[in-house]
Write a protein that binds this ligand. Structure first.
Ligand code: FES
Length: 148
């Protein structure tokens, strides 16, 4: 069919019969069952849906399936960042937890670009990820604890 899309997610290939204009958020959550990527605002404002496209952070709610053709998509389920994830648990970062996979995706993308981010680098990289519980101080401490 015309709408056969090829996706590479967490290193695996998928073929989906879907609208190419559909946000990838719905493909990963509803069609592939990867529910770690969260729906917050649906409008690019909160960061809960952050994924990586070719290693760079992106909003899954604003990224269409056709935009990721031929690209490598990573969701929280495929994130390889054990040290960072351990720091999240050591610093007891999550409160309600809803925004935290997006927070981790943004933090991991920052560290892959910059192994030694300072506080202002962290503020800049994390400013698009909103947390209603206000876990920002612990997020910063966790990122600083793994900065090389
Ligand atoms: Fe995508 Fe809020 S759900 S930025």
């Amino acid at each position: 069919p015309d709408n056969e899309l090829k996706l590479t997610i967490n290193g695996k290939q998928f073929q989906l019969d879907a609208d190419p204009n559909m946000p990838i958020l719905w493909a990963v959550r509803d069609m592939l069952g990867l529910t770690g990527t969260k729906y917050g605002c649906g409008a690019g404002l909160c960061g809960a849906c952050t994924i990586h496209i070719d290693g760079k952070p992106a909003r899954a709610c604003l990224t269409s399936l056709k935009q990721v053709q031929g690209k490598q998509v990573t969701t929280i389920e495929g994130l390889k960042a054990d040290e960072l994830i351990n720091a999240w648990s050591e610093h007891k970062v999550p409160q309600c937890g809803y925004c935290q996979s997006g927070q981790l995706m943004s933090a991991a993308a920052l560290l892959s670009q910059n192994r030694q981010p300072n506080e202002s680098d962290i503020d800049a990289a994390m400013s698009g990820n909103i947390c209603r519980c206000g876990t920002y101080t612990r997020i910063k401490a966790a990122i600083l604890s793994v900065s090389a």
